[in-house]
Design a protein around this ligand. Structure first.
Ligand code: ADP
Ligand code: MG
Length: 433
């Protein structure tokens, strides 16, 4: 009886497998045409696909010629449109070809989910016509994005304050910098709004309100040593940035020396964004293993998600002297049930000169044993070699940096940790790059 049953099941199983394979075959056969078309067509030359038809309710046009010429194309899997279903983040990997320079990898971002993009369209329409659907281009001229057209000289704090993290507490100096560095115009380099076209001003404001990431990358460019991905250009609702490399997460189980080097660089980034010659403090609010990437050649760590960066003008804070402005501010690590969360008050980050937020974020969410990510615990510096464990200093410093036990303990721990990591790196011969 038992034997009979197993025979029956065996046959059923084989039969099921055959049906599945046959079914898949039929589906593929039926879709061959669209699959082939997907591979052959370059959708990035399609105005609607890139969202060029939405301009000036878009992020720019500086790369449109390259898109329309077919110089930007998806990498193999990116061509299969049905996979977009899984691409909630709307981030695509692509190749960009320059006639003489060969090709290079780029990342294309729509800067938001489809829902978020639909919401902004709806908001523009509601604002202009009171209805959720409308002629987007006409409506743009009736929104606050068109407010600066005409005689306005400068982009001023009252107009954009609070629109996004970049301008949570903007100073005139920051806004002038954003306008001067705005690359989505023919001749950038002026902080005067009159040197931008009406449509360019609207695109600038729209980007600032929807997702300021491109403006962070343009205002604090990688060419000048800022640890962000290089901004390349935009066409419609697509923004192109340089491909950096694999996520930091792929290095979670890398050899100890490599992780040591990455940890040191992360602490350096925290320091650079906090203290620099420009007196702008850039606080990272979204610090996780997938928002940093590592260059394959130089091994450099880069921030690849700059949507949630608060920029505080320390010069302005020193000038305005808000209450307690010169008291050192220590972020308090609070328990939360999600991964990679941080506690902070945007208003405090905006009103103090000395703030340990970036060290807190890097230590707690990436380096120390308190860091958890995709179920892994222990942080980037997990399982150190026996001599480092024996010494005990690393764990003490990481703990103090993540959850300080003494007043101003994190400031000191962050400084000591950077020195100690440098010392450990040089002791291991550091041939990891
Ligand atoms: N410049 C880049 N180089 C390499 N990978 C990138 C780059 N930008 C984004 N990515 C990858 O795409 C993912 C999603 O991008 P991100 O900007 O973080 O989107 P989101 O804002 O939705 O989190 C990142 O976690 C990273 O793996
Ligand atoms: Mg991200």
């Amino acid at each position: 009886m038992l034997r009979f049953l197993s025979l029956k099941f065996g046959r059923l199983y084989r039969c099921g497998k055959f049906l599945l394979v046959a079914g898949l075959f039929v589906v593929v056969l039926m879709n061959t045409h669209s699959l082939l078309a997907s591979f052959q067509r370059n959708e990035l030359t399609d105005r609607r696909f890139v969202g060029l038809n939405k301009c000036p309710a878009c992020f720019g046009t500086s790369w449109c010629r390259k898109f329309m010429n077919g110089q930007v194309s998806f990498e193999t899997w990116g061509r299969l449109r049905f996979l977009d279903f899984f691409n909630v983040k709307n981030v695509y990997f692509a190749q960009y070809g320059e006639p003489r320079e060969g090709t290079r990898r780029v990342v294309l971002k729509r800067l938001g989910s489809n829902q978020e993009l639909a919401d902004i369209d709806q908001k523009i329409c509601k604002r202009a016509t009171g209805r959720p659907r409308c002629d987007l281009i006409q409506s743009m001229y009736k929104t606050e994005f068109a407010r600066l057209n005409g005689e306005v000289r400068l982009l001023t704090p009252e107009v954009v304050e609070g629109w996004s993290d970049l301008v949570h507490c903007p100073s005139q100096r920051l806004l002038d910098r954003i306008v001067r560095r705005y690359a989505e115009t023919k001749d950038s380099g002026s902080f005067l709004l009159k040197n931008l076209k009406d449509t360019e001003r609207m695109q600038l404001l729209m980007t600032l309100a929807f997702n300021p990431e491109p403006l962070v990358l343009q205002s604090f460019p990688s060419d000048e040593g800022w640890p962000f991905a290089k901004y390349l250009g935009a066409c419609g609702r697509m923004v192109a940035v340089n491909y950096v490399g694999e996520e930091l997460w792929s290095f979670y189980n890398a050899p100890w020396e490599k992780r040591l080097d990455l940890a040191k660089q992360l602490m350096d980034i925290a320091e650079q964004l906090t203290n620099n010659d420009f007196d702008f403090a850039l606080y990272l609010l979204d610090v996780s293993f997938d928002n940093f990437a590592v260059g394959p050649r130089d091994g450099k760590v880069i921030v690849v998600d700059a949507e949630n960066v608060i920029v505080a003008d320390k010069r302005l804070i020193k000038q305005n002297k808000p209450e307690n402005y010169d008291a050192w501010y220590e972020s308090r690590a609070e328990e939360c049930d999600k991964e990679a969360c941080l506690s902070f008050s945007k208003d405090i980050l905006c009103s103090r000169v000395t703030v340990d937020h970036n060290y807190y974020a890097v230590c707690q969410n990436l380096l120390s044993r308190h860091a958890t990510w995709r179920g892994a615990t222990g942080g980037l510096l997990h399982d150190p070699p026996a001599d480092v464990i024996g010494d005990g200093r690393l764990e003490t410093l990481l703990d103090e940096c993540a959850k300080p036990s003494r007043q101003y303990g994190r400031f000191q721990a962050a400084k000591d940790l950077r020195e100690y990591l440098t010392q450990l790196s040089s002791a291991t011969g550091n041939s990891v790059r």
